[in-house]
Structures are given as C-alpha cells and as structure tokens.
Design a protein around this ligand. Structure first.
Ligand SMILES: *[C@@H]1O[C@H](CO)[C@@H](O)[C@H](O)[C@H]1NC(C)=O
Ligand SMILES: *[C@@H]1O[C@H](CO)[C@@H](O)[C@H](O)[C@H]1NC(C)=O
Ligand SMILES: *[C@@H]1O[C@H](CO)[C@@H](O)[C@H](O)[C@H]1NC(C)=O
Length: 143
C-alpha cells in the first residue's frame, strides 16, 4: 500500500501527470545500461537515455523511490547518467523521460531497466574461503 503510493507519487513528480491527456505525449525514449545492467558492487555503470529529438532535458527516475530524480540537459539526443562505486542500494528499476524546450510536458517514460548489483564477496570469495578452510582443516592435515 505504502510502496504503491510512493511509486504513484514518483510517477506524478517525475512526469508531471495530472490525470489529463489533452496533449499528445512525446514518444518514449530508450534506456540502456553500459557496459551491462548486471554489475559487481564497487564497479561503474552508465545509464544512457536516448530520445528522438535534440536539445532536450532528460530525467532519470527510480521505481519506488520518489526522492530519486536526476535531470540533465543535452544538446544532443541522449544523456549519460554515470554511476561509480556501485552499492547494493543502487540496484532497482530505473526509467527516463525527456522534454523539449517547446513541450511543457514530459514524454512518455521509457521501459523500466532493471539494474542488478552483484556482491562479489558472496560470489567469488565465499566459495574459495570455504575451500581453503577445508584444505587447512587441522584434522584433515594431521593425517
Ligand atoms: C514497488 O511498488 C510496487 C507497487 O507499486 C510493489 O508491487 C513492489 O513490490 C515495490 N517494489 C519494491 C522493491 O518495493
Ligand atoms: C570508476 O570510476 C572512477 C571515477 O571515474 C574511477 O576512478 C574508477 O577507477 C572506476 N572503477 C572501475 C572499477 O572501473
Ligand atoms: C539547440 O539549441 C541551440 C541553442 O540553444 C541551437 O543553436 C541549436 O541549433 C539547437 N539544435 C537543434 C538541433 O535544435
């Protein structure tokens, strides 16, 4: 219930929906993660939002996080939102939208992009530490 309200609020804030459809919306942009949408904690990723027109203002939003809102103006038709030193809390679903100087409304929002942050300690170090513990087990070594 609360998360649903929050995500509706985010949509409202980010896209300026006011429950009316008087103007045709700009076509939705596309959102991609470079180099990948599955990234290790501590590494970097860039989310690229690409629109169909130039000289636009982009906004990047996060699903269920109404406080997350990054705007960027671009003379080109795309904007890059860099993330460095990724934390597990950066994982989640993102979407972007844009508006031109002529349009006062945000475009339709892009498809949701799921950013997955993997914990390299769980995946890489834990198994090898288990192996080491097994090999170094004094009881095994003693024989
Ligand atoms: C996000 O909100 C939706 C409802 O709008 C809910 O179904 C979903 O579980 C929420 N996700 C998270 C990660 O809170
Ligand atoms: C992430 O970006 C920062 C700043 O640009 C850089 O110093 C760092 O080396 C990068 N880390 C990786 C894993 O590429
Ligand atoms: C973008 O805006 C600048 C000035 O704000 C203008 O010089 C340029 O021609 C515009 N480009 C396009 C493609 O509209």
């Amino acid at each position: 219930m609360t998360t649903e309200l929050l995500s509706l609020l985010c949509l409202g804030l980010c896209l300026g929906y006011e429950g009316e459809k008087k103007n045709e919306k700009l076509p939705k942009p596309s959102l991609h993660a470079w180099p990948s949408s599955v990234v290790e904690a501590g590494s970097n990723v860039t989310l690229k939002c690409q629109a169909h027109s130039q000289n636009v203002t982009f906004v990047l939003c996060k699903v269920n996080d109404s406080g997350y809102k990054h705007e960027q103006s671009s003379a080109e038709n795309q904007a890059e939102f860099p993330f460095t030193d990724l934390k597990p809390k950066d994982a989640g679903r993102y979407f972007c939208a844009y508006k031109t100087t002529a349009s006062h409304e945000w475009s339709e929002s892009s498809e949701r992009l799921q950013l997955v942050v993997t914990d390299k300690h769980d995946e890489l170090e834990a198994p090898s530490m288990k192996t080491v513990a097994h090999i170094c087990n004094p009881r095994t070594l003693g024989r």
